[in-house]
Design a protein around this ligand. Sequence first.
Ligand code: CTP
Ligand code: MG
Length: 468
Amino acid sequence: MYAVVEFSEKDSIGSLREATNIPHSQHEATVPFKSRLLAIKANSGNPSLSQPSVQCLKQTPIGVKELIQKLSSEDSVDQQMYSLTEEYQLTEENVCLRFLVCSLLKDIAAAYFPECIIRPFGSSVNGFGKLGCDLDMFLDLDPISRGNIKQPSGGLSLEYQMKRTSSERSATQSILAVIGECVDQFGPGCVGMQKILNARCPLVRFAHQPSGFQCDLTANNRVALKSSELLYLYSQLDRRVRAMVFSLRCWARVHSITSNIAGAWITNFSLTVMVIFFLQQRSPAVLPTLDQLRDLAEPHDKCIIEGNDCTIVSDLSRIQDQGNTETLEHLLQEFFEFYGNFAFSRLSINIRKGKEQYKPEAAPLHIQNPFEPTLNVSKNVNNTQLENLVALCQESAWLLQKGGAVGPGHNRDTPWGFAALLLPSVSQAARSKGKRRKTLEPASKRMRSLLESLKSSKTSAGAADSSK
Ligand code: CTP
Ligand code: MG
């Protein structure tokens, strides 16, 4: 059991340190690096330690089975999606723990770079983090060079002697290699170090056992920090955004559209951008385009990173609500139909313009990186994975249309609405449909006619109801 202890006075930390021992073991040696992780050892015959009276806070979400059960007891699909978000979202304590781990790692990196800062980014801070998600960190060395351009006095100037490297990339690679090595050798509880230095964005990956976080440490990745800020902004603009993203991330994971392992799968980040793009397409729009966010920015918001304009408004009150009042159930249905019929072969998803564009290159799925327009966020995705997503969207559109609402006398033990979309049978049906598609008429055409027939039967049923 671990506890995070916050002291109200700095002096207390000093006295705590004084009272703390260096571990001694007859069979093992220790690296004499004093971390801020301390272990309380129970002296024999002290029963109070073996029976803690505190209640532990949960750091992992409930399992899918339990989730399906919980959602089935809700009253509407909208309620189900909000309830899922509540269950899955990071708690305040978990976010604090993420900042703490960054600061513990800074203690190690500071041996070389005393002024560095380690900042969390990605889902830990972008408003879409699920309990148990990885911890993306950025080793920020900029504070070291900031404010260091001094006017020469008397014709002489001083400069630090610094090691020179051939490129920024090779400097980043060697810094990460060395810090990674230190974390691996000296960081208590840091295990399974992998150095992935030849990736487009070099990183070191390891597990931090005490917190249970899978950690990715990068350097020189400032644009990703900005895209986390952008996602956070979108997550705050409308309550429905987080409910849509959390629900669809969960749906995609349950049906293996996304994965914990890197590969040709769609990532949570790509899926989130797809949701944002969809919400920009509604009329009136639920979310503004990135160009609109740039146009609303004030002079102090200006931000250029590596030649890319990353300016976005920071004062959210400048963004006008367009007055879209669609229900989550309706938006979800429309999302499935939208991507179930999207012309992925020709079109690219672009949240800057809020419009689809012709694909600039021949990747199966093309999603323009919000701040680096020449990059495709979903470059890794192959045809099979895209087909699986499309088939699953079509199947889910059909299922939701068929059984979205709870009818009178509905048995709450049977999964319905969004909960029904999480059942394994959905993905199996979608897969076999994907295979059938090659021989039968195009799935999208068939699905559209099925949906149309369902809609018209619903409308006539609704008309009959209201005439009663
Ligand atoms: N990122 C990016 N381009 C990519 C992948 C990632 O710019 N092709 C940036 C995004 O800002 C993303 C962050 O790197 O939020 C972290 O990536 P990742 O961990 O893959 O995504 P998360 O958003 O953190 O989602 P998850 O919960 O799956 O970790
Ligand atoms: Mg992440």
